[in-house]
Design a protein around this ligand. Structure first.
Ligand code: SF4
Length: 332
């Protein structure tokens, strides 16, 4: 009887939205379409999105992932990842006659454009973000002499600017909303004339996934976030879950990485996934939990999402040309 009581009390809270955002969806489809259109191999600079499963699946279809453009053979096709690249990367690709497809998320491009505009107006730009992250390297490369990286509230004391009346902050798109606001508050204390970006740099997908995990994390004993260790927005979801009151929270790439011991004394498990995670991996986690008595799933919805982005322009152009030549052929 005791066993039955414990079993019926077990449930899963499943966050919505979770998983793929519009920028990741577009980048992954871009690689798949490029493979269909041009044939394998197609080179991809850096992981197209930060997810092990996605990268391995595309590798099996013929994508070759490289760290630098220099590793791509001359005249080959190279796709730039969703995180964006610095202008020097475009220049190098042009020098080596590479055909490029730029899968940078349009919301990252928006931050690049802000950086270019503020640098053009001779502002010092304080870029809040994580040192070494590909997106930060790409954005900084737009105006290296104007941009200073601020890696969290602790870093604020180290910041130096040329003119305190001409300072703006921008940010990486996948940060913790709350921690970023702490950093901004600390920056404003040091630089009262600091101005804010014209609109949120932390993207809608990051914000919605954090809002959902906050709602669900408060009621969960354990939160499982599906995502890879190098995925900034996934790592943030673990932190936000713990901050919201979850007793325990872990990041896993696959169900097989869940440790049975985490379930000890747990009756409510929260589940979510980062913006680069395919739903199949979440379903695997739900199945794993159902096999252990957590078959009752309640969805916790924080927002509805309907944003989609069109494919990179280079790919659209070639797909259109192909469609036109096929229709000409069929007329002939
Ligand atoms: S997380 Fe946000 S910025 Fe990054 S790819 Fe997705 S929509 Fe774009």
């Amino acid at each position: 009887m005791d066993g039955m009581t414990a079993t019926t009390a077990r449930k899963v809270l499943l966050a919505a939205p979770r998983g793929y955002c519009a920028g990741v969806d577009r980048a992954v489809i871009a690689v798949e379409k490029a493979l269909e259109q041009y044939g394998a191999p197609v080179y991809v600079r850096k992981e197209i999105v930060h997810n092990k499963y996605v990268v391995q699946t595309l590798e099996k279809k013929g994508a070759i992932f490289v760290d630098e453009t220099a590793e791509v053979p001359e005249n080959a096709i190279v796709i730039f990842s969703a995180h964006g690249v610095a202008p020097v990367v475009h220049e190098e690709a042009a020098r080596r006659n590479l055909a490029t497809i730029d899968a940078t998320c349009p919301l990252v491009t928006k931050v690049h454009k802000e950086a270019v505009r503020f640098a053009g107006d001779d502002y010092d730009i304080l870029l809040i973000g994580h040192e070494g992250h590909e997106e930060v390297i790409g954005t900084s490369g737009e105006a290296p002499e104007h941009i200073t990286l601020v890696d969290g509230p602790e870093d604020v004391k180290n910041v130096q600017v040329r003119d305190e009346s001409k300072v703006v902050w921008l940010s990486q798109t996948t940060l913790s909303v709350d921690e970023t606001m702490e950093t901004v508050d600390a920056l404003k204390e040091r630089f009262p004339k600091l101005i804010s970006p014209p609109s949120d740099d932390i993207c809608y997908a990051t914000q919605n996934r954090q809002t959902a995990v906050k709602q669900m994390g408060a009621a969960a004993d354990l939160v499982i976030v599906v995502g890879s260790k190098n995925s900034s927005n996934s790592v943030r979801l673990v932190e936000v879950a713990l901050g919201a009151g979850a007793r325990d929270a872990h990041l896993v790439d696959f169900a097989a990485e869940i440790d049975e011991a985490w379930l000890e004394g747990v009756s409510t498990v929260g589940v979510t996934s980062g913006a680069s995670v395919p739903e199949i991996l979440v379903q695997g986690v739900l199945e794993w939990l159902a096999e252990r008595g957590f078959g009752d799933v309640e969805i916790v919805t924080a927002a509805e999402e309907s944003i989609t982005f069109s494919l990179p322009k280079e790919l659209r152009r070639d797909l259109r040309a192909e469609a036109a030549s096929l229709s000409d052929g069929s007329k002939g």
